[in-house]
Design a protein around this ligand. Structure first.
Ligand code: HEC
Length: 171
């Protein structure tokens, strides 16, 4: 089991690592978008879609708890599958909208999106294999991934996540 977890961690790190090669590109891209947080520059339509999706995500995450504590692995697999497929960059968007997303959102957002999407897939897989420990692991990785993206891109919605100066070591 331990080996499995190390292996999963490695797989999680892979997408982040492969990003290293694009660092220059990433920096250039980030410079272009320094003015806005990206998300706030999205068209009204796309932003509404993103909000809807976020609320659906929250609903999905919350409904995993009763399934988890009662050992309903099938239900978890279904929910995780839905989360994975409903996520915004995977949806059936028009070509225009995909272009807009790619040009407006920072690459880091897209990377976080992909990582989240990957974790949902892993949760589905763990649930299908009825691996309770791994289900727990990926569920917590997913929650962590919500917080990580909100800290970077949604502090206008969740001000408590905004980094506070001089506060890093306060417990
Ligand atoms: C890749 C980035 C990213 C990930 C991952 C992410 N979010 Fe979000 N979320 C956002 C952004 C950006 C906003 C703010 C959207 C806006 O202001 O229009 C947001 C807003 C929200 C909102 C408020 C929606 C509203 O407008 O009422 C909820 C609820 C939410 N997220 C839940 C979640 C949950 C639960 C997860 C994890 C399971 C998650 N999010 C993962 C980026 C992300």
């Amino acid at each position: 089991m331990k080996n499995l977890i190390y292996l999963s961690l490695f797989v999680i790190l892979l997408p982040t690592m492969s990003f290293g090669g694009d660092k220059h590109q990433l920096e250039e891209h980030e410079e272009k978008h320094q003015q806005s947080s990206g998300v706030e520059a999205l068209s009204h339509e796309l932003r509404e879609l993103l909000s809807q999706e976020m609320r659906a995500l929250e609903g999905g995450m919350m409904s995993i708890i009763p399934a988890y504590i009662s050992g309903n692995w099938d239900e978890i697999a279904t929910i995780a599958g839905k989360i994975q497929n409903s996520y915004i960059l995977k949806q059936q968007l028009t070509e225009e909208q995909i272009k807009e997303l790619k040009s407006v959102l920072p690459l880091e957002f897209i990377a976080k999106d992909q990582n989240f999407h990957y974790l949902a897939g892993m949760l589905e897989h763990a649930a299908k294999n009825k691996k309770s420990e791994l289900i727990n692991f990926y569920f917590s990785e997913m929650s962590e991934s919500c917080v990580s993206c909100h800290t970077a891109f949604a502090t206008h919605k969740f001000p408590a996540l905004a980094p506070k100066e001089k506060n890093e070591h306060v417990h």
